[in-house]
Design a protein around this ligand. Structure first.
Ligand SMILES: Nc1ncnc2c1ncn2[C@@H]1O[C@H](COP(=O)(O)OP(=O)(O)OP(=O)(O)O)[C@@H](O)[C@H]1O
Ligand SMILES: [Mg+2]
Length: 251
C-alpha cells in the first residue's frame, strides 16, 4: 500500500509488517512506538491543564465533563498500549464481565457524540444479565471502533435522519452485540476488503479499526459478522462466548 508517493508504504504478509519511509525501512513496531511516544507527550500536557482547570469547571457545574475528559485521555493512553500490544503480544487479563454493565458504563460517551452529530442513538438490553469472560478494555475498544464507523457512515451519507442502534442479545452459546446504522453502507469491493489492515475508503482513516477488532474478538473465541447494503446501512455484530454457569474461575 502506498499512502503518499515515496513517503510511506507497507508490505504485509502473514507475519511481518515492514514500513518503508522515504529514507528508512522500519518495522511496524518501531513506527507505532514512535507514534505512541509523540501522542503521549501532548496528552500528558492536556491532562495536566485539565487538572488545573478542574476547580473552575466544578464551580460552573461541569464536573462531569472533567471526569469524561480524564477518562478519555486515560483510555487513549490505554489504547496506544493496546495497539502496541497487537504488534508485540502480551497477555491480556480476562475476567467475568456483565455485558449490560460494560455498555452502560460508556454509552454516555456515544450519547454525547450522537447529540453533537445530531444522530439518534439507542441501546437495547434484554432484562436478564449476560456474562462473558473478556478483557474489558479490548471489548470496549472494539465497540468504540464499530460505533465510530457507524457515526462516520452516517456523516458520509450526509443526511439528517441518521440513527445508530446497539442491540444486545444471546443465543445458546454466544452473547451478541450488534451495532446498526443507516449510513452510507458498503459496496461489494469494500465489504470484501474492509477487514484488511490499512484498507480504508476515508480520507482520514487508517484502516486499522476493523482488522484490530476482528483480531481481538477472534482471540476471545468469537467472531464479527458485518452485513451491509450500499446506500442503506450496515450492521456489525460481535459474537462472544457466554460465560458458562459452572465455570467460576476468574482467569
Ligand atoms: N458502518 C460502516 N458503514 C460503511 N462502511 C464501513 C462501516 N464500517 C466500516 N466500513 C468500511 O470499512 C473500511 C475499514 O473500516 P476500519 O474501521 O477498519 O477503518 P477506517 O474506519 O477507515 O479507519 P480507522 O482505522 O480510523 O477505523 C472503512 O474505511 C469503510 O469503507
Ligand atoms: Mg473505523
Amino acid at each position: 500500500m502506498n499512502k503518499r508517493e515515496n513517503s510511506f508504504s507497507v508490505l504485509l504478509d502473514d507475519k511481518t509488517i515492514v514500513v518503508h519511509t522515504s529514507n528508512h525501512e522500519r518495522t511496524a513496531e518501531e513506527v507505532f512506538a514512535g507514534i505512541a511516544h509523540e501522542i503521549r507527550n501532548p496528552l500528558t500536557a492536556i491532562r495536566g491543564f485539565i487538572q488545573l482547570l478542574k476547580p473552575d469547571l466544578i464551580e460552573i457545574g461541569k464536573a462531569k465533563y472533567v471526569d469524561i475528559l480524564m477518562e478519555e485521555i486515560d483510555r487513549t493512553n490505554g489504547l496506544i498500549s493496546e495497539y502496541l500490544g497487537c504488534v508485540k503480544p502480551s497477555p491480556k487479563p480476562r475476567k467475568i464481565v456483565s455485558v449490560q454493565k460494560l455498555i452502560a458504563d460508556f454509552s454516555f460517551l456515544f450519547e454525547s457524540e450522537a447529540i453533537i452529530r445530531n444522530v439518534k442513538f439507542s441501546v437495547n438490553f434484554p432484562n436478564e444479565e449476560i456474562h462473558i469472560k473478556a478483557n474489558e478494555t479490548q471489548i470496549r475498544q472494539v465497540l468504540f471502533n464499530l460505533v465510530r464507523n457507524a457515526f462516520e457512515a452516517i456523516e458520509e451519507k450526509g443526511f439528517s435522519d441518521g440513527e445508530v442502534k446497539v442491540e444486545i442479545s444471546t443465543d445458546p452459546q454466544f452473547a451478541c452485540m450488534t451495532v446498526y446504522d443507516n449510513g452510507i453502507g458498503m459496496d461489494e469491493v469494500t465489504s470484501q476488503k474492509m477487514s484488511k489492515t490499512f484498507f480504508t475508503t476515508k480520507e482520514n482513516g487508517t484502516g486499522i479499526g476493523l482488522s484490530i477488532s476482528r483480531k481481538i474478538i477472534e482471540e476471545h473465541g468469537g467472531r464479527i459478522e458485518v452485513k451491509s447494503q450500499s446506500g442503506v446501512g450496515t450492521s456489525a455484530a460481535i459474537f462472544l462466548p457466554l460465560k458458562e454457569e459452572k465455570d467460576n474461575s476468574q482467569n
